[in-house]
Design a protein around this ligand. Structure first.
Ligand SMILES: O=C(O)CCC(=O)C(=O)O
Ligand SMILES: [Fe+2]
Length: 229
């Protein structure tokens, strides 16, 4: 089990940066980060399954181009992602919060649910209560980002968990007050974060590219977001 509790030293190593003088280097109650919850093998299994799900929504024409690319280039050990031109990214979300993305609500993993994937999903289940949940897959292009928002309070309940896969992004958490506390977290592949209660309802979250400041490269990112209903 690779779950680790987050000491300030560890958070600093994985990119935690406290932006507020009254934040004391700790996360507020209600925010938890598991910096390297999934190992590289588990990440690959989950990422491949998530991309398969999203690809199943692509047009026949795009799927044909993807297939041709795979025949020509073979499977890549290094990268589960195809070049971005082989995906249909949307420019803007209906409320304009998310830019350059593909997304879907997942009702079941269907045929992707191999024994290996079940093991990964079972490990993730250890992180959250077994209540009614809804799962969402979000794929950001390398230019993709998410502007500050609080998830619709009528659409989901008191906690939100997200698994990050692929290129790193900076998550900024910012209290929704006149003098907000803020902090940044570098979400590397295999990390999981959980927003609960006060943080879920009263802090805005946004995702930006790391802009080279944290030794990371630009690239595509997939998240699996699980919300309690
Ligand atoms: O991908 C993430 O980590 C967060 C996604 C998000 O904020 C959303 O879908 O509302
Ligand atoms: Fe959100």
């Amino acid at each position: 089990m690779q779950t680790r509790l987050c000491s300030p030293a560890l958070l600093k190593r994985v990119g935690f940066r406290c932006l507020s003088t009254n934040c004391n280097g700790d996360f507020p109650p209600g925010f938890t980060l598991f910096p390297s919850f999934l190992d590289t093998h588990e990440q690959r299994i989950l990422l491949t399954a998530a991309l398969d799900q999203l690809d199943s929504l692509e047009s026949k024409r795009v799927r044909r181009f993807q297939k041709q690319y795979r025949i020509l280039h073979g499977p890549s050990e290094a990268d589960a992602f195809l070049p971005e031109r082989l995906y249909t990214f949307q420019k803007g979300h209906y409320d304009n919060v998310i830019r350059d993305y593909r997304e879907m609500h997942l009702s079941s993993w269907g045929e992707s649910q191999t024994l290996d994937l079940s093991r990964v999903l079972n490990r993730l289940h250890t992180l959250y209560p077994s209540e009614n949940t809804q799962t969402h897959i979000l794929h950001l292009a390398s230019e993709g980002e998410i502007l500050p928002h609080i998830d619709n309070i009528f659409s989901s309940g008191r906690w939100i968990l997200a698994v990050s896969l692929g290129a790193a992004r900076v998550l900024r958490m910012e209290e929704n007050t006149l003098t907000p506390k803020k902090f940044d977290v570098l979400l590397t592949s295999g990390s999981v974060y959980l927003q609960r209660d006060d943080v879920r309802y009263h802090w805005k979250h946004s995702l930006t590219r790391p802009h080279g400041s944290m030794n990371t490269v630009d690239g595509q990112r997939v998240s699996i977001v699980v919300r309690v209903c």
